[in-house]
Write a protein of this length. Structure first.
Length: 198
């Protein structure tokens, strides 16, 4: 089995624990792949076949929707790959005024999303503030970069010029909450040193 731990990974106890394990990213997102590689993880890429057909309105708290979606993705991939899988799946969905901002369906929808959050706060569990003249937002929409991105913008690309301030984890806004992920793994290791043993 190829190593999923790159030489650039920090020498953390959890990294040592992951050595020799199969790490799978249940997403085809190049942004998530890049973020994980930055921190020394090179997972196998196995996109989930989960339909993502949960109804956002069926959740009492909109924050539960992306967690449930990610859970379904991870379980679907895990069930295909068992045994010997350490599976990571994330769904990052921005929200504004309790409206989930998924990938826009058209240029018009992309423009509507960005104008709705323009001058306000777009919550991505952390906050992103977008405040730009309409012609800048329209030029960005015309470029097309935001059409396949939750919230309608890519902070790590041209969409970065739309964002004046971030409160929280930049990588969470891009698509994968690295700091929280490694903290979670450390907590798992503290609670159960054998949690990755088969």
């Amino acid at each position: 089995m190829p190593s999923h731990i790159l030489p650039t990974a920090l020498k953390l106890p959890i990294i040592k624990k992951l050595e020799g394990k199969r790490i799978v990213l249940a997403s085809n997102s190049p942004r998530r792949q890049e973020i994980l590689r930055t921190f020394g993880l090179a997972p196998d890429i196995v996109p989930s076949n989960f339909e993502e057909d949960l109804l956002p309105g069926s959740f009492s708290d909109i924050h539960e929707y992306p967690v449930a979606t990610a859970t379904h993705k991870a379980v679907e991939v895990y069930e295909r790959l068992v045994p010997s899988t350490s599976d990571v799946s994330y769904s990052v969905l921005p929200s504004h005024n309790q409206e989930l901002l998924e990938k826009p369906v058209s240029k018009e929808d992309n423009l509507r999303m960005l104008l709705d959050i323009n001058g306000g706060v777009c919550e991505v569990v952390t906050g992103v503030v977008v405040d730009n003249p309409r012609h800048v937002v329209e030029a960005y929409v015309e470029n097309g970069e935001g059409r396949d991105r939750a919230g309608g913008f890519a902070i790590q690309g041209l969409g970065g010029l739309l964002v004046r301030k971030i409160e929280g984890d930049y990588h969470n806004v891009v698509g994968f909450p690295v700091a929280s992920f490694f903290t979670f793994l450390d907590l798992l290791l503290e609670d159960d040193p054998d949690f990755l043993e088969v």
